[in-house]
Design a binder for this molecule. Structure first.
Ligand SMILES: Cc1ncc(COP(=O)(O)O)c(C=O)c1O
Length: 402
C-alpha cells in the first residue's frame, strides 16, 4: 500500500486514538528504522521505551523463531518452563519473591491495585481500600489505572471513575504524611515520571514514602513500566535511590517488543493471590516469556548496565551543552536513557522537524522533548542525533533532510 492510501484507509478504518505522524515504519536494525518510502531514521523513541535492545537484535530474533517453532501458547492451566525461568530470573535480580505475568503496563498496574486491595483487606480489614498516586503521574488507560493516573485531561468523559483513588503532590513529603491515612491500601509511584514530563522523584521523597508506608501498613508500589529494565542505567530505577518497594510493575522493555507485563512482590504481599483471584489468558505465555528471559539475560551481563550509565551520562551532558548553546533556558532532566529537555510550546514542531531530518523523538507534557534511545545505541549514533537536533534548534540545515 502506498503511504497516502495507507493513511486514508487507516483514517477510515481505525479508531482515532492516536494523532499519528505521516509516516509508516516497516523495518528496523539496531537504533535505526526505515519507512515505507525508504527513508532512514535514528529511533530515539524505541516504541515508547520498549525496544531497548534495538530492532532485530539477533539473539531476540533467534529466540522468537525458535520458540515460535516449538510452542507459542498453552494457557496458565499448565506449567511452562520459560515463564517459571523468567519468574526466577526477575526475582533473583530484584527485591521480589514472586511474579505474576500479564500483557501490558496497564494490566500490570491493574493487577497491583487488586493485589493491594486484597492484601489490605486480609491484613487490616475492609476499610483500607484507598490507592494514592501522584499528580502528573501516568499508570495506564484501563478504568482503574486511568483513575490512578493523576491527570484530569485523561479522566474527562469517562466518569463515573472507580472510587477509592486520591492524589499526592510530587516531592511534597509533608503532604504525603497526611494523605497516607488509615484507609490507604497502597501508594503508587513512578520513580521517574515518564509520560508526565520526565521528572525523577527526589531521594528525600522516595525515602519518606518508604518510611510512611512501612509505619502505616501501606504497600509501596513502584510503577517501573517505563523506568525499569535498564532504562535508568540500573535494572530498576529504584536501585539508584536505595529504596525498595513492596510491589513493582513492569512491561514495555521486558519483551523488547513482544507484549508482556509483570507484577513482582515480596513477603506477605507476594502470597496475596490464591487460585481464581486474578488471571490473564496470554499472561507470560511461552513466546513472551522466552523473549523476556533473553532480555533479562542480556541486560544482566556484567558490562551492560555500566555501559548504559556511561553512555547516557555523556549524552545528557552533551544535550545540556547543546541546549545552552541554542539558548534554551530549561535543564535536561531524567535518569540514564530516560531524558527530557523542556523546550516550551515549540515541542511538537521540533519533533516534526527532527523527524524530517531523520531523528525520531516525541514530546511529553506538551513542552518536553523526550529522549529514549535504545540502550545499545553507539557513540556515533548519539553524535548523529545531537547533530540533527543542533541543526533543528539553530535552524541550520543538516544532512538527512527530505
Ligand atoms: C509508567 C507507566 N505505567 C503504565 C503505562 C501503561 O502501559 P501500557 O501502555 O503498556 O498499558 C505506561 C505507558 O506509557 C507508563 O509509562
Amino acid at each position: 500500500m502506498e503511504l497516502a492510501e495507507l493513511m486514508e484507509t487507516g483514517e477510515q478504518r481505525l479508531m482515532r486514538t492516536y494523532a499519528r505522524l505521516p509516516v509508516a515504519l516497516c523495518r528496523g536494525e539496531g537504533a535505526w528504522v526505515w519507512d515505507t518510502e525508504g527513508k532512514r531514521y535514528l529511533d530515539f523513541v524505541t516504541g515508547l521505551a520498549v525496544t531497548s535492545l534495538g530492532h532485530a537484535h539477533p539473539e531476540i530474533v533467534r529466540v522468537v523463531r525458535e520458540q515460535a517453532g516449538l510452542l507459542l501458547h498453552t494457557s496458565n492451566l499448565y506449567w511452562n518452563e520459560p515463564q517459571t525461568r523468567l519468574a526466577k530470573a526477575l526475582t533473583d535480580h530484584s527485591f521480589a519473591d514472586k511474579a505474576f505475568f500479564c500483557n501490558s503496563g496497564a494490566e500490570a498496574n491493574e493487577g497491583a491495585i487488586k493485589l493491594a486491595r486484597k492484601y489490605a483487606k486480609q491484613n487490616y480489614g475492609p476499610h483500607k481500600t484507598k490507592i494514592i498516586s501522584l499528580r502528573g503521574s501516568f499508570h495506564g488507560r484501563t478504568l482503574a489505572t486511568l483513575t490512578a493516573t493523576g491527570q484530569d485531561k485523561y479522566h474527562r468523559d469517562y466518569e463515573p471513575l472507580p472510587a477509592g483513588f486520591a492524589y499526592a503532590e510530587r516531592d511534597d513529603a509533608a503532604a504525603l504524611e497526611e494523605i497516607l491515612d488509615g484507609q490507604t491500601a497502597a501508594l503508587f509511584l513512578e520513580p521517574v515520571l515518564g509520560e508526565g514530563g520526565v521528572f525523577p522523584l527526589s531521594r528525600e521523597f522516595m525515602l519518606a514514602a518508604r518510611n510512611i508506608c512501612a509505619k502505616k501498613g501501606i504497600l509501596l508500589v513502584f510503577d517501573e513500566v517505563q523506568s525499569g529494565m535498564g532504562r535508568s542505567g540500573y535494572l530498576f530505577a529504584h536501585e539508584a535511590y536505595g529504596v525498595t518497594p513492596d510491589v513493582m510493575t513492569l512491561a514495555k522493555a521486558l519483551g523488547n517488543g513482544i507484549p508482556i507485563g509483570a507484577v513482582l512482590a515480596r513477603g506477605q504481599a507476594a502470597e496475596t493471590f490464591a487460585p481464581g483471584d486474578h488471571a490473564s489468558t496470554f499472561g507470560g505465555n511461552l513466546l513472551a516469556a522466552a523473549v523476556a528471559n533473553k532480555v533479562v539475560e542480556i541486560m544482566t551481563q556484567a558490562d551492560f548496565l555500566p555501559q548504559v550509565r556511561e553512555k547516557s551520562a555523556w549524552f545528557a551532558a552533551e544535550l545540556g551543552k547543546l541546549a545552552r548553546k541554542a539558548g534554551i533556558p530549561g535543564q535536561v532532566r531524567g535518569m540514564g536513557f530516560m531524558l527530557g529537555l523542556p523546550v516550551g510550546e515549540s515541542g511538537p514542531r521540533l519533533v516534526e522537524e527532527c523527524r524530517r531530518r531523520g531523528l525520531l523523538l516525541n514530546c511529553v507534557g506538551g513542552d518536553t522533548l523526550r529522549f529514549l534511545p535504545p540502550l545499545t545505541v553507539s557513540r556515533a549514533e548519539m553524535e548523529t542525533a545531537l547533530e540533527i537536533l543542533a541543526g533543528v534548534l539553530t535552524g541550520r540545515e543538516t544532512a538527512g533532510g527530505e
